[in-house]
Structure formats: C-alpha cells, structure tokens
Design a protein around this ligand. Sequence first.
Ligand SMILES: Cc1cc2nc3c(=O)[nH]c(=O)nc-3n(C[C@H](O)[C@H](O)[C@H](O)COP(=O)(O)OP(=O)(O)OC[C@H]3O[C@@H](n4cnc5c(N)ncnc54)[C@H](O)[C@@H]3O)c2cc1C
Length: 320
Amino acid sequence: MSSAVVVGAGVFGASTARELALRGWDVTLIEQYAPGTVRSASGGDTRLSRAAHGDADWYGALARAARTHWLELQEATGARIWEPVGLAWFARHENGFESRSRASLERLGVPHEWLDPEAARSLFPSLKVDDLAGVLFEPEAGVLHARRATQLLVETGEQAGVRYESGRCVPADEPRADVVVWACGPWLASLFPGLVDVKVERRDVFFFGGDASWRGTPGFCEYDASYYGHGEIEGLGVKVAPDLPGRAIDPDTVDRTPLASWERAARAYAARRFPSLEGAPVIGTRVCQYDLSRDTHFIADRHPERDAWWLIGGGSGHGF
Ligand SMILES: Cc1cc2nc3c(=O)[nH]c(=O)nc-3n(C[C@H](O)[C@H](O)[C@H](O)COP(=O)(O)OP(=O)(O)OC[C@H]3O[C@@H](n4cnc5c(N)ncnc54)[C@H](O)[C@@H]3O)c2cc1C
C-alpha cells in the first residue's frame, strides 16, 4: 500500500488526505492547531462558490466539479454545508470581468442570466443600480459553511482511514512516507523560503445586522469595486467584505481585532450598494489572510529537489 503524509488540515490538505484514503492509500494528516482553526483561511464562517472566473474556463470547470463534491458530501453526511442561494455579479461595465465570465459560462454550459440592472433589484431587499451596466446571475452558485465543511472533510477522512495527528511538522522533520504533501496555506512560504512566492495579506470581514428580509438572498461580488458578501445565513448577518490590498501579516501572531479603517470602508460600501443597510450595526467580524500567488493561480507542484514532496497552496482567495 502506498503511504502519504499530508501536512495541514485546511481545505486543500483535508480534501487531499481524504481522497487518498478513499483510493486505498495509508494516510497521516498532521495539523498544528485544529481542523478549521480560525487562524487558517479555511476556518472562515462562509465562502462563496461560483463558476465565473473571467475567461479562465479551467477554473470555472474546477469550481463546478468542487460544487458537485460539496453537494455529495452534504448528501452523504446529512450535515448542512451548502446554501443554495445563487450569486449576483454587479457589472459596472458592459465589457468587463462579468461579460468575459458570461462567455465562459456559456462555453461551459453553466446556468446563468444576464439581468438588466432594474430587474436585478428584486434579488435583494434594496439594491442601488444607477452605476451598473448589468448583473450576471449564477442561480446554481452558493455559499459554503467553510469551517464546518473543512471539519467534515477531516471527520469523513478519518472514517475512510486517515490517521489524524496534532503537531507542527517542518521540512527538517523529514516525514517518512512515499509521498509528502505540504498543504500549509499561508505558512507554505515561510516553510519553503525562496521556493514559494506567496504574499500573506490580511483581510477583514464584517457581518451587518440586516432585517429578516435579508434571509436567503444571493451572494454578491462586485469585481471592480473589490467587495463581496452574502445575505443573512444562519444568524451570522449580512456579510460585506472589502477585498482591498491588506498588510502583510504573520498568521500565527496577528491580533485578529478588525481595523476601524476597514470597518468604515465596509459600512460605506454597504450603505451605497444596499441602502437599507445604512446604519445597520456590525454584529460579527473575522480577520483572515489570503495566500496570494504572484498570478493568483493555485500552486501544485513537486519540490524541485525532493521528488516525493508536493507543495500545494496559493489559494489566492478562491480555494474552496
Ligand atoms: C477573508 C477570506 C475570504 C475568502 N473568500 C473565499 C471565497 O468566497 N471563496 C473561495 O473559494 N475562497 C475564498 N477564500 C480563500 C480560501 O479560504 C482559501 O483559498 C483556502 O481556505 C485555502 O486553504 P488551504 O488549505 O490552502 O490553507 P489553510 O486553510 O490556511 O490551511 C492550512 C493549514 O495548514 C496548517 N499548517 C500550516 N503549517 C503547518 C505545519 N508546519 N505543520 C502542521 N500544520 C500546519 C495550518 O494550521 C492550517 O490549518 C477566502 C479567504 C479569506 C482569507
């Protein structure tokens, strides 16, 4: 039987370990904190899952395959990890990211609609559309309960035979297995300095207390303004996340108290795009970090000197 050690129980490591066990491998999964720790990128409350990725058909197809696997996991376990709310892309221009995505969804056969801004207003309790050229709606997109989904991958992986171990594993430990997968997210760059080119940048996320009409509304992304979020889900509140360049941080030591400047930015966006959220209280926050590769593509490659070692990461804000 082939053996593998997987280091890191975020979504990349947990899903790799589980899949290898299901394929008959002898697998050990090592995690330094806990599966779904809020210090990891996979430990967020929610993550959007959508197929629009500009003209990158490959990512669109990958996202659709991931969606199928998440729904299968939900079906097999009975645990709710997917909210089937759809997702609206607010397009400021006729020929921007959204129209390139539209052409890609067309090629991939992914259900979508191009809505006139006025027609899109019915998707949300309030929506200001005066600066929008259109809205690309993906009815089959959804919101994942990310932390729960990651923990479920570990639990079902263990049921499939994965041995879970707590501890920090570093290259000098020389883990013994036929294959070692380093799936360490934002920690990958410091474990392999000079080899992995990933920026680890802070992102602050805000949940606003909207009224009951926000329940079940779609996720949203505004690519040109760099904001995204979703409606009320499981009492978390309405998520509004600025996707603006953030400070470089150390994921072990950063103080996860949100910054006032990011809160002001989230409030201003919420009030401008969704007027009914003006003055709504912040009822929850998270501080997380992206692991941004230079071109925002995922990293999945062999170590140049160690044939049995694989490095995977660079989720770059779209790893789920
Ligand atoms: C605010 C925010 C919003 C996002 N929104 C979305 C979204 O809407 N849709 C989407 O698809 N993606 C989104 N992402 C990106 C997505 O969350 C990440 O791409 C994904 O979670 C990365 O998973 P990972 O397994 O690579 O890393 P992580 O989840 O960080 O996991 C790495 C794990 O490895 C462990 N580890 C590290 N080093 C060691 C070591 N030496 N020994 C043992 N264990 C170790 C860590 O403790 C951690 O648990 C978002 C990210 C953030 C921060």
